[in-house]
Design a protein around this ligand. Structure first.
Ligand SMILES: Cc1cc2nc3c(=O)[nH]c(=O)nc-3n(C[C@H](O)[C@H](O)[C@H](O)COP(=O)(O)OP(=O)(O)OC[C@H]3O[C@@H](n4cnc5c(N)ncnc54)[C@H](O)[C@@H]3O)c2cc1C
Length: 322
């Protein structure tokens, strides 16, 4: 924890909240506080803060919409950044012939961004219908599903490095894999997308179809962080298999640890009742992994990111729950 926060923040254009419960910032709605929740009001304030934190070995984490996060009951140390100032949430279009490019701040809401493109008849983000996220969190996780992933539409991204430098990466330098990317920097500040002109009515219909498909297969109304586990590769066939199906076949649907439960609707969702301690989720995850390993001989790895005190900087997909 910064012993002298005033030396870090005092002269910067940032809004700082101390000892903030992160439960109200995550889709799980559980977990402990952040020592400092910092809202930079400019890119310059962000880069300076990141550089100072690096110099003083203070951990920095970025919070998006909290839709893929489990926060430990004891909370997290250091700085949690929230990119919700206007300079980190704006949408800028740039018409070039019949192809439009869109640059969006990483803190922008993905669903609102998608809706805006649909209204303008611009295709590119429709596969992301129904996925709760900030644009930065979606890029970091390469969010997507059966219809495609956000990486497919990326033109370039702007990031802040560990040492506070602003860097731009064209798509040609980036690799987007299954729920993963090779983005070397810890903070994504904006993303530019390649979009195509299309019929807005047909586009809206497609988005509704994708959303309805998602709604029919996933417990969207419950408290969760989406799929708990990545779909693993079967060591025998070398094929990727559905983690939800493995969990289902292992008889784990409905398994619970107090208020944490493997969803009856979708085996890869661990849902919680309000007030459930994060440690119950961690314990249920441990039990599910052990049982799936015993039944199928396959190791599951968490897709959900776990933040805990002393965990330091964590990259997406980092797994601390074991
Ligand atoms: C009901 C439900 C359904 C879901 N369905 C899907 C689905 O179909 N497909 C899918 O892929 N995911 C799904 N998810 C998971 C989640 O929506 C995605 O992982 C999403 O990309 C998380 O974005 P976020 O902004 O909420 O990130 P957060 O949960 O806030 O953070 C996740 C990780 O991204 C990092 N991060 C956030 N913002 C930035 C940034 N600006 N720069 C660098 N790193 C950043 C965080 O530090 C953290 O490591 C679902 C979640 C829920 C709750």
């Amino acid at each position: 924890m910064p012993s002298r926060p005033s030396t870090l923040f005092a002269d910067l254009d940032v809004r700082v909240e101390t000892d903030v419960p992160l439960a109200r910032h995550t889709w799980y709605g559980i977990g402990g506080p952040a020592d400092f929740l910092v809202h930079p009001q400019s890119v310059e304030a962000l880069t300076t803060l990141v550089w100072r934190a690096k110099r003083e070995s203070i951990p920095v984490r970025v919070l998006g919409s909290g839709a893929n996060l489990l926060v430990a009951d004891e909370g997290v140390d250091g700085i949690v950044l929230k990119l919700d100032a206007p300079c980190f949430t704006e949408l800028r279009y740039n018409a070039r012939g019949n192809v439009e490019a869109l640059r969006v701040g990483a803190g922008a809401d993905l669903a609102k961004t998608l809706n805006d493109t649909v209204r303008r008849g611009l295709e590119g983000l429709s596969p992301l219908a129904g996925i709760p996220a900030s644009v930065g969190g979606a890029v970091r996780m390469n969010a997507g599903g059966a219809y495609g992933a956000i990486g497919d539409a990326i033109h370039s991204i702007g990031c802040v490095s560990e040492t506070g430098e602003m860097r731009v990466y064209p798509a040609s330098e980036l690799a987007f894999g299954y729920r993963s990317t090779n983005i070397p920097d810890p903070i994504i500040v904006w993303a530019a997308f390649r979009l195509q002109d299309t019929d807005p009515v047909a586009l809206r219909k497609r988005v509704m179809e994708i959303f309805n498909f998602k709604k029919s297969t996933q417990p969207l109304a419950d408290h969760s962080a989406g799929c708990m586990f990545k779909n693993p590769t079967d060591p025998k066939s070398g094929e990727r298999v559905s983690a939800g199906k493995l969990i289902d076949l292992a008889g784990l649907k409905g398994a619970s640890v107090h208020g944490a439960e493997v969803s009856e609707r979708h085996g890869n969702f661990v849902t919680v009742k309000p007030g459930t301690p994060a440690r119950d989720v961690v314990e249920l995850v441990r039990q599910v992994k052990a049982r799936v390993h015993a039944v199928h001989g396959i190791d599951l790895h968490c897709e959900v990111v776990y933040w805990s005190r002393g965990g330091g900087r964590e990259s997406a997909g980092n797994e601390v729950m074991s």
